[in-house]
Write a protein that binds this ligand. Structure first.
Ligand SMILES: Nc1nc2c(c(=O)[nH]1)N[C@H]1C(S)=C(S)[C@@H](COP(=O)(O)OP(=O)(O)OC[C@H]3O[C@@H](n4cnc5c(=O)[nH]c(N)nc54)[C@H](O)[C@@H]3O)O[C@H]1N2
Ligand SMILES: Nc1nc2c(c(=O)[nH]1)N[C@H]1C(S)=C(S)[C@@H](COP(=O)(O)OP(=O)(O)OC[C@H]3O[C@@H](n4cnc5c(=O)[nH]c(N)nc54)[C@H](O)[C@@H]3O)O[C@H]1N2
Ligand code: SF4
Ligand SMILES: [Mo]
Length: 735
């Protein structure tokens, strides 16, 4: 087994990967008499996969006194949070009965499966547990839309025909210029070792530019230049850069001619031939707050300091027209000839070619395909006819077929997710959850969503079961997540729960008939690359880690660039589609076929600014993985939940550092301490995502959950606009 003895009674169990936290690292857990007593991390061969603060605080997570330890049934009103202990039999019987009743009365589509990013491995995920069960029962409704990166997904599909657009991270050492556009890997990890490779690149002489409304940890550590940009206005800056390159003849005309389609139409937009407005640096300055001279300077740097990697972070894409940000980044990468070359970067979704997050069957659904299939992927209204968008799922529940949606939802089944906290518009979410006939939740903690359960089942953590994890986005390795300890008290894994429910419901499902070990092995087999790479499976389990050795970094599209005749891009035209025929067929002016800047709703030019003059962004925080770890006492000491605002905006409102402030808009309000700082640009405020929603007696959120304020309107291409919101802030009188 996966165990090394160290002389006394302590076993060291190699495991790793915590939550959907931005990384996947190695944890070596010391276990004595069945109790995890200490956590170590990778000290093996380079590059090491070393744990962050959160990983090192996992013991406090697993053994937290706040863990749910037994099944519970709601007493009191739904959402009130009053429960009584019941037996597993009673709990599972109730869920089985309700599922049967609802499916028999309304059909299987009345059951909404809420499974999000709580599952880290391969087996212990929504797809392999709850969705297997519900499929066997006849089906279910699920919402579509990737809360992280739907804008990047849209851009990658439409421009390149694949989500695997990323060079492996070790290739950064070959870059002469790195643009971190809305990216803060010192905090968000963004694949274990991203920061490591950025620092290695710097040591080799690379110049790093960070474009972010906040002066982040990454900017402080790595940036040669920090460029604050107004949220949602990044595409204007990019358009200004494109203008400079075209005007000064700095773009790579030969590359453009050979490998792209539609550059001329993009040029017509940029130069203003199309709409009468040239996208000059002055035009971009007026929108973005970035000086025209700076835009000229960055454009020249990116066009001449080659190769250059422009990494377009997911966050600016989580905005009103997020897909345009990512499409425009791809266009700039292509204009400068940085696609398919070492040290460059293509933009897009940037999943690495080796060790990506590819569950079985994923590639078939999301890559390439004939015209009709591509149209189906990009046509949001058409997708909405079948499936709700996760961004406005509460509206969908509330209105149902009466509001033109495809189904009436009667039951929510939640596992691996905390949607009330993590989806936009918490107050609407509360109304929606109250409307349902039945709510079942599997959870580790009493989260905002768990409080709305009728039946609440306690589940295991990653340390209490076996699984396999891949890298987060990119990285050449696999982790065998060995079970470290027996499950605490009376908790079960989601897999075991679904097996027991399948038996009660008398439904057959191949996956749910296997043992945990067999199921993990089968998934390893289904993931094609894993077994050939790891070789001896038992040895892989024993070591807990397999790092793939490669002679050189993997460069996305290198084959397409090396021999274009033989290797077309996986698009309809075989080229990089700066202009997309498929998008043009949508005939939606808000999704133009060439990338464009479109002023966001709730941006600096929205009339709502009179009432709510500040742009709110909701970054991911060092001390949490979304809402996970928020209640971890060790991590609480790292960062307090507070509203970040500039000294200028604070002074204008008579706010001092540490004062309690009220952040509000038409959708809700949060009361949190203010962090007055020079590290955020005036006009913009920041409230970290993932803080637990904690309403006080009159319904004001005291936890600082930004989704109380968030607008539940998805972008035309499907992005969640978490970073597009207007708010007002005022000093909070009284307590
Ligand atoms: N305002 C704002 N909101 C955001 C974002 C933002 O930037 N701003 N980011 C979005 C992004 S990128 C994401 S990915 C989503 C994440 O959205 P969610 O996936 O809903 O986020 P988590 O808070 O990680 O919730 C996962 C829940 O699963 C539980 N869990 C963990 N392991 C298990 C398990 O084994 N079984 C079960 N049953 N439960 C488990 C955890 O306790 C936790 O409550 O949030 C989105 N929300
Ligand atoms: N510590 C930590 N790490 C995480 C997570 C976590 O919860 N905690 N979650 C993981 C997950 S699931 C995901 S999807 C990723 C998300 O990773 P990201 O999307 O990269 O994370 P964010 O922190 O939201 O945003 C990165 C930076 O973008 C800036 N930003 C926000 N809006 C804009 C904008 O409009 N323009 C520009 N130029 N910059 C903007 C923010 O100030 C922030 O510094 O992180 C992963 N890593
Ligand atoms: S980045 Fe994620 S997997 Fe790595 S130690 Fe931190 S929480 Fe754990
Ligand atoms: Mo995410």
């Amino acid at each position: 087994m996966s165990i090394r003895a160290d002389g006394d009674h302590t076993r060291i169990v190699p495991t790793g990967a915590c939550y959907d936290c931005g990384g996947r690292c190695i944890l070596n857990v010391h276990v004595r008499d069945g109790v995890a007593i200490r956590v170590d991390t990778d000290s093996g061969e380079e590059p090491q996969l070393r744990a962050c603060a959160r990983g090192r605080a996992m013991r406090a997570q697993v053994y937290s006194t706040e863990r749910l330890r037994f099944p519970q049934r709601r007493v009191g009103r739904r959402g009130e949070g009053r429960f009584e202990r019941i037996s597993w039999d009673e709990a599972l019987d109730t869920i089985a009965e309700q599922l049967k009743r609802i499916v028999a009365t309304y059909g299987p589509k009345a059951v909404l499966a809420f499974t999000l990013s709580g599952g880290v491995g391969s087996l212990h995920t929504g797809n392999m547990t709850l969705r297997q069960l519900l499929s066997a029962l006849g089906g279910y409704t699920s919402a579509w839309g990737d809360a992280s990166a739907e804008g990047a997904v849209f851009a990658a599909r439409s421009t390149y025909g694949t989500l695997s657009n990323g060079n492996s991270r070790d290739d950064l050492v070959n870059s002469k210029l790195i643009l971190l556009w809305g990216l803060n890997p010192a905090t968000s990890i963004y694949s274990t070792n991203t920061m490591h490779w950025i620092m290695m690149a710097k040591a080799e002489g690379a110049r790093v530019i960070v474009l972010d409304p906040r002066y982040t940890n990454t900017a402080a550590i790595a940036a040669d230049q920090w460029v604050p940009v107004k949220p949602g206005m990044d595409t204007a800056v990019m358009a200004g850069m494109a203008y400079v390159m075209m005007d000064e003849g700095l773009h790579d005309q030969e590359f453009v001619q050979k490998f792209t389609v539609g550059f001329e139409r993009f040029r017509d937009y940029i130069t203003g031939i199309e709409d009468g407005t040239p996208k000059t640096p002055d035009w971009a300055e007026a929108k973005s707050g970035v000086k025209a001279a700076t835009i000229v300077d960055i454009a020249r740097q990116y066009a001449t300091r080659k190769p250059g990697a422009l990494i377009a972070g997911f966050a600016p894409g989580r905005s009103a027209f997020g897909e345009q940000f990512h499409r425009m980044a791809c266009a700039l990468a292509a204009m400068t000839g940085n696609v398919g070359v070492s040290g460059g970067g293509a933009g897009g979704f940037e999943r690495g070619a080796v060790g990506p997050m590819v569950p079985p069957g994923f590639a078939k659904h999301f890559e390439g395909g004939p015209y009709e299939e591509r149209l189906r992927q990009l046509d949001v209204p058409r997708r909405m006819q079948k499936q709700p968008h996760a961004c406005n799922v509460w509206e969908f529940i509330l209105k149902g077929t009466g509001g033109g949606y495809p189904t009436d939802i009667k039951m929510a089944y939640v596992a691996f997710a905390n949607p009330l906290n993590q989806f936009p518009n918490v107050n609407k979410g509360i109304q929606a959850l109250k409307e349902l006939e039945f709510v079942a939740v599997h959870e580790q903690f009493m989260t905002a969503t768990a409080r709305f359960a009728d039946i609440l089942l306690p589940v295991s953590t990653v340390w209490e079961r076996n699984d396999i994890a891949r890298a987060w986005l990119t990285g050449p390795y696999y982790i065998y997540m060995n079970k470290v300890i027996e499950p605490i008290e009376d908790v079960k894994s989601d897999f075991d729960i679904c097996k027991e429910l399948a038996a009660r419901l008398g439904v057959n499902n191949r996956m749910l008939e296997l043992s945990e070990d067999e199921a993990v092995k089968q998934l390893a087999e289904a993931m094609e690359d894993v077994l050939p790479e790891v070789g001896d499976y038992e040895d892989f389990k024993c070591k807990g880690i397999h790092k793939i050795k490669r002679p050189a970094p993997v460069i996305a599209f290198s084959a397409q660039i090396a021999s274009p005749g033989e290797n077309p891009f996986p698009t309809l035209t075989g080229k990089i589609e700066i202009y997309s025929e498929v998008i043009a067929a949508l005939s939606n002016p808000l999704i133009p076929p060439v990338p464009k800047h479109i002023d966001p709703w709730e941006g600096p030019e929205d009339p709502e600014c009179v009432f709510y003059p500040l742009q709110l962004i909701t970054p991911h925080q060092k001390n949490r993985a979304h809402s996970c770890f928020d209640n971890n006492p060790l991590l609480r000491q790292i960062e307090e939940q507070s509203l970040c605002l500039s000294a200028k905006d604070a002074m204008a409102r008579g706010i001092s550092d540490g004062d309690l402030v009220r952040v509000f808009n038409r959708r809700g309000e949060c009361i949190v301490p203010a962090l007055v700082t020079e590290t955020i640009m005036p006009g913009v405020v920041g409230l970290g995502e993932g803080a637990w929603y904690q309403p006080d007696a009159i319904g004001r959120d005291r936890g600082g959950c930004p989704n109380v304020l968030a607008r539940d309107t998805y972008a035309p291409g499907g992005s969640f606009p978490y970073n597009t919101q207007l708010v007002q802030v005022e000093r909070c009188a009284g307590d």
